[in-house]
Design a protein around this ligand. Sequence first.
Ligand code: ATP
Length: 234
Amino acid sequence: MLEVSDLHVSYGNVEAVRGVSLTATPGRVTLVLGANGAGKTTTLKAIAGLERPHSGRVALDGQDITGLAPHKIVRRGVALVPEGRRVFGPLSVGENLRMGGYTAERSKAAETLDRVHEMFPILSERAGSAAGLLSGGEQQMLAFGRALMSQPAVMLLDEPSMGLAPAVVDSILAKVRQMADSGIGILMVEQNAEAGLDVADEVVAIARGEVVYAGPVSEARDNASVLRAFLGEA
Ligand code: ATP
């Protein structure tokens, strides 16, 4: 289980994350909602070691991983799938996947690749194609697959549906559910709140760097402030 406690992150003298606490649990999807600039991406980056928190704690299964180098955090079992997917366009699909596995246990690499291909058959079919030639939805699957190659316990997903057609959004989010059902704990930032709620178990809403709501999806749907702020309902 990933536990984030009272995390604070600043850019210069601007405090972007102001005391965020949240958890990600094996087999469950925690959806992080919030307006542009609320501090969602910064929270994920600080967990992944890409921004240094100035206070607070990130722990995985009780072990402190706060502020470790990003590759060490990956090795401990936390993988970030960044906003915009960031696949290596000129490299093949297969090469992208191999790069995702470089921190992982070698003896399990072939087995992990088989599992990734099973979950995303398109990545097997397109193994030799340049990643840059894939569609947006396929690139998102590749970004998921690349993260899975590190054999994560927890995945941090930053806006996986961004820029995708509505029909593709549903299939990508169905894959998110499937990854959680395989036992991974998922912390997902998603602007598409309605679609995100359909696959999530827990909701954390962030405004101006602070958690303003945390609770199960069933309750979030009935919470007036969550509805107003994130689902555009009165
Ligand atoms: P979005 O949905 O637009 O990505 P977000 O909730 O992910 O928003 P962040 O990207 O975490 O928000 O940004 C939080 C705040 O920190 C914003 O005010 C933003 O302008 C600021 N910020 C983000 N990255 C940097 C940076 N590298 N340098 C300075 N300020 C930054």
